[in-house]
Ligand binder design. Structure first.
Ligand SMILES: [Mg+2]
Length: 360
């Protein structure tokens, strides 16, 4: 199928003000939708940011990737991923380039689903399965009472796990907040902790030891992703599993973490990782290394992709829900999610809901 056109649109979606230790205050999600046409069929892709970089990503797609893939064979998804990666290599190897490649790659998978009349999980050779979902707050600035109210909301939705942010300027506040959340949820709910890369290696290790007292399910992004040895040391020295993945922007970075035994729960995000093609490689890396897997945001795509993993422990129900802008928001039933059954990704934006947020 010859690719005939690639078009994008840029939106600024307002968020309830939130924040974490690594990325600071967040009040906007940038969404770039992508429409790819080939021989009468349409593939829908998208990419997102947490408020910055989106216009540059749209420009990369419009000026570099769209002309590159137009006229090429849409059926060769892996070949096109490779072409996009190599042609952006000089300015890429991750970063914005991965976010741009992801938008095209998601559209190509969606197009394949349209063509074959099969949902994404079937395209990737997986059986549909139910995956437990956890409630995830971007809640570092919240006063303790508001934090506990949010966690209660997750429990009322029947979610078997909750995640809170850590990394307050005074670490003793983190300890108090985590203690209060553990007391609220009891022992029967899994509690994940996410530092968003804020600490140096020594502090991350020391804080991890303190926080282990509260029996966390995992300890996420305790320090910068570039410091793979520090993560490997934490895997060895801490009992709490180390989780990373949202800040890894290529299959090569996942492979390095696995090779250096620097991760225990590998988290995919098919946008930040560089596309569905890239996240599938990351999941294979996890299987080969015997690692557990989870997801970051991308609730709808990840419900399909995690079906292809040997040990998917959780899907993240993220604070940035796209629900208000989707034709069919993802359902959570008995604390679990399932992939959609419609052809392709199943992710369809409601254009009329997006339109007021269209920006230049
Ligand atoms: Mg995180």
């Amino acid at each position: 199928m010859k690719i005939e056109s690639v078009e994008t649109a840029y939106y600024r979606l307002p968020l309830e003000p939130m924040g974490d230790a690594g990325h600071g205050a967040i009040d906007t999600e940038e969404l770039i939708t992508l429409t790819l046409r080939a021989e009468g069929l349409t593939g829908n892709g998208y990419t997102y940011t947490i408020g910055r970089g989106g216009r540059a990503i749209k420009t990369l797609i419009d000026h570099d990737l769209a002309p590159l893939v137009t006229g090429e064979d849409a059926d060769d998804i892996e070949g096109l991923w490779d072409l996009m990666w190599r042609r952006l290599l000089y300015v890429g190897r991750g970063g914005l380039a991965s976010f741009a490649i992801a938008a095209v790659d998601v559209a190509l998978w969606d197009l394949r689903g349209e063509k074959e009349g099969r949902p994404l999980y079937a395209l990737i050779g997986a059986e549909p399965r139910e995956i437990p979902a956890y409630g995830s707050g971007v809640d570092l600035p919240k006063p303790l009472d508001d934090l506990l109210e949010q966690v209660e909301g997750f429990m009322e939705r029947g979610l078997p796990g909750v995640k809170v942010k850590i990394g307050r300027p005074d670490f003793e506040e983190d300890v108090q907040r985590v203690a209060a959340v553990r007391e609220l949820v009891g022992d029967g709910v899994d509690l994940m902790l996410d530092a968003n890369m804020v600490w140096n290696a020594e502090d991350a290790l020391e804080h991890g030891r303190r926080l282990e007292t509260f029996d966390p399910f995992w300890y996420e992004e305790p320090t910068i992703p570039e410091d793979v040895p520090a993560h490997a040391r934490m895997v060895t020295e801490l009992t709490v599993p180390i989780a990373v993945g949202e800040s890894l922007h290529s299959p090569y970075e996942f492979q390095r973490y696995a090779d250096e035994k620097a991760v225990e729960v590998l988290q995919i995000d098919p946008i930040t990782n560089g596309g569905i093609t890239a996240s599938l490689k990351a999941l294979r890396t996890a299987d080969e290394a015997g690692l557990q897997t989870s997801s970051h945001y991308t609730d709808e795509l990840s419900a399909h992709l995690l079906c292809a993993s040997n040990s998917p422990v959780y899907l993240e129900k993220h604070a940035f829900a796209l629900d208000p802008y989707l034709q069919e928001p993802q359902k959570v039933e008995n604390g679990k999610v399932r992939p959609t059954e419609t052809p392709g990704t199943g992710l369809r934006f409601d254009e009329s809901a997006l339109e007021p947020h269209r920006a230049g």
